[in-house]
Write a protein that binds this ligand. Structure first.
Ligand SMILES: C[S@@+](CC[C@H](N)C(=O)[O-])C[C@H]1O[C@@H](n2cnc3c(N)ncnc32)[C@H](O)[C@@H]1O
Length: 327
């Protein structure tokens, strides 16, 4: 029998659990959509044979391994290559012609999960002959997803499905050219990984990536409440160059957010927006927010600093290269 016959009590205990996760480890899920969080907690409770959320709180505080498992549950990693093929078709047709005119291109794939979306972008960039002047920053808060993204290994079965998406997205090569078969696995062509920088970044807590020309954050904001969505839109608006593109998932929109006026719609159905020159009306305090927290985020913070210095190094390299006439 379900321990909870009173939803208010259950919700209260969930709030306390999320407070504990934030206070102890610096992972802040307090602004995530409640229904999805509740499902994830219940899933972990049933695996661990736990009946009460108060017991989950105790386990989270005293058992780091258990916390990591719960953290994994909170990261819904569903993804595929060339997901929503018409979006990629639109990107090729409506966005890449403008990107081609830039001396170099910075792409941020936020909430990249296990890498399928990142490699899809890398393939398109390569096919448009833009790879050598493009840097792709791929971030997620989930260490586990990022490790698998870096490996770039997929099952043959899923690659067959991705091949159909690729063709629908207007792919122009034989999709198998991008993989090497290894038993029943397909390993992504390492040359596609060359200009991809994978790093931990938590959209709810960490800072901006400057001077991006395009940001993809698809099927991530759907898990956030309105306030956190606003905060993340501000982060993106600060990170994008004027004229840069913001791409969201099919069920997400910037309309009704605090940043709505800062974007023009490029393609409504594909959720592609272009940052305009209007001054931002929201009060911007992202840079002043200290990256809170103990243990885990301190580790994350190190990685972010590390990534920032890598970005600076790469910027120097790119401007060095573009100084030699690459356009
Ligand atoms: C459903 S997947 C979407 C993957 C990919 N963007 C796509 O559309 O196929 C959502 C991803 O968002 C990540 N995510 C959720 N909250 C996040 C946060 N606060 N910061 C960074 N990534 C987050 C999850 O870990 C997960 O990998």
């Amino acid at each position: 029998m379900d321990y909870y016959d009173n939803e208010d009590n259950e919700n209260l205990e969930i709030e306390l659990l999320l407070e504990a996760m934030n206070a102890k480890y610096g992972y802040d899920f307090r602004s995530y959509a409640k229904a999805s969080i509740k499902r994830r907690i219940r899933h972990r409770m049933s695996i661990a044979g736990i009946k009460k959320i108060t017991d989950v709180i105790e386990r989270v505080i005293y058992d780091r391994e258990f916390f990591i498992e719960l953290l994994g549950d909170f990261s819904i990693s569903t993804t595929e290559m060339f997901r929503d093929p018409t979006f990629f078709q639109a990107l090729r047709k409506n966005v890449f012609p403008a990107l081609k005119r830039l001396p170099f291109i910075k792409v941020w794939v936020a909430g990249c999960s296990t890498g399928e979306e990142v490699y899809s972008i890398a393939i398109m960039v390569k096919e448009e002959n833009l790879y050598d002047k493009t840097m792709i920053y791929a971030t997620d808060y989930s260490d586990k997803s990022l490790s698998s993204a870096k490996e770039g290994v997929f099952s043959i079965k899923s690659v067959k499905k991705y091949a159909a998406n690729y063709i629908e997205a207007g792919g122009i090569q034989s999709f198998s050219n991008y993989f090497t078969a290894k038993a029943d696995l397909a390993v992504i062509d390492p040359s596609l990984r060359k200009n991809i920088l994978f790093s931990i970044h938590n959209l709810a807590a960490d800072g901006i990536f400057g001077e991006m020309n395009i940001i993809l954050c698809r099927n991530v904001l759907i898990y956030f409440n309105r306030e956190l969505q606003n905060k993340v839109f501000e982060l993106f608006t600060e990170s994008l160059e004027a004229g840069g593109y913001l791409c969201l998932g099919s069920k997400e929109t910037i309309r009704l957010s605090r940043c709505s006026d800062n974007y023009d719609e490029v393609l409504k159905d594909e959720k592609i927006y272009k940052k305009n020159m209007r001054p931002c009306s929201y009060s911007q305090d992202i840079d002043n927010n200290p990256v809170v927290t103990p243990e885990f985020v301190i580790k994350g913070g190190e990685l972010i600093r590390d990534m920032r210095s890598k970005i600076e190094e790469l910027d120097c390299l790119i401007s060095g290269v573009s100084g030699k006439g690459v356009t």
